[in-house]
Design a protein around this ligand. Structure first.
Ligand SMILES: [Zn+2]
Length: 199
């Protein structure tokens, strides 16, 4: 577990292919990418943040891949958000309405105002949540070691992922919170752009 003020970052225990989960605990309690996790797991990590299961207000998805959204059935009462068209894809799979959000929308949770950025390439509706000057939550766009999300799945595109990486390379942040494995930073993005050239 890693924490920066109201933002908590949890890595899965088992199975390791599962996505990382981020919790924002401010006036709203937000879960980003519930992965495929169980009620026990959420009880445990929500407990670490001083909350419980029924306190969750919002579930947000970085993109429409099952290793990021399958745990949603546990959160039947919450508002759900994702970028189009992945929101629709998730909604169809889980049987709940997922609100689709637009580029540059600001999502404010208490004092934290995140910008929603469309960062496609790994999937059509992949998006990132950017807290200016601090951190970016980037799903499977790029990972700490400078590798980037697969572009060979449905809706993936090497050209799009390059544009998305260039876009976040312009931003000011210290921590990069990816959908899998460890936390990275600006240099993860620089390295991924280098790696992309070799593809
Ligand atoms: Zn994915």
């Amino acid at each position: 577990m890693w924490r920066s003020e109201e933002v908590w970052f949890f890595q899965p225990r088992e199975p390791v292919f599962d996505s990382n989960t981020i919790i924002i605990d401010d006036e709203e309690l937000v879960i980003i990418d519930p992965g495929t996790e169980s009620r026990e797991y959420f009880n445990e990590i929500l407990g670490e943040t001083g909350n419980s299961f029924n306190d969750v207000d919002i579930v947000f998805y970085t993109h429409g891949h099952y290793d990021h959204f399958e745990g949603t059935s546990l959160f039947s009462e919450t508002d759900k958000f994702a970028f189009a068209p992945d929101g629709k894809r998730i909604g169809n799979k889980i049987g709940f309405k997922v609100n689709e959000i637009e580029e540059e929308r600001t999502m404010s949770f208490g004092d934290l105002s995140f910008r929603v950025l469309h960062t496609p390439g790994h999937s059509k509706g992949s998006c990132s949540l950017y807290l200016p000057g601090k951190l970016i939550i980037c799903g499977d766009l790029v990972f700490a070691n400078g590798s980037f999300g697969r572009v060979d799945l449905e809706g993936g595109s090497k050209e799009e992922i390059k544009k998305s990486l260039e876009k976040i390379d312009q931003l000011d942040f210290g921590h990069l919170l990816p959908g899998h494995r460890d936390i990275g930073g600006k240099k993860s993005v620089k390295k991924s752009l280098e790696n992309l050239k070799e593809l």
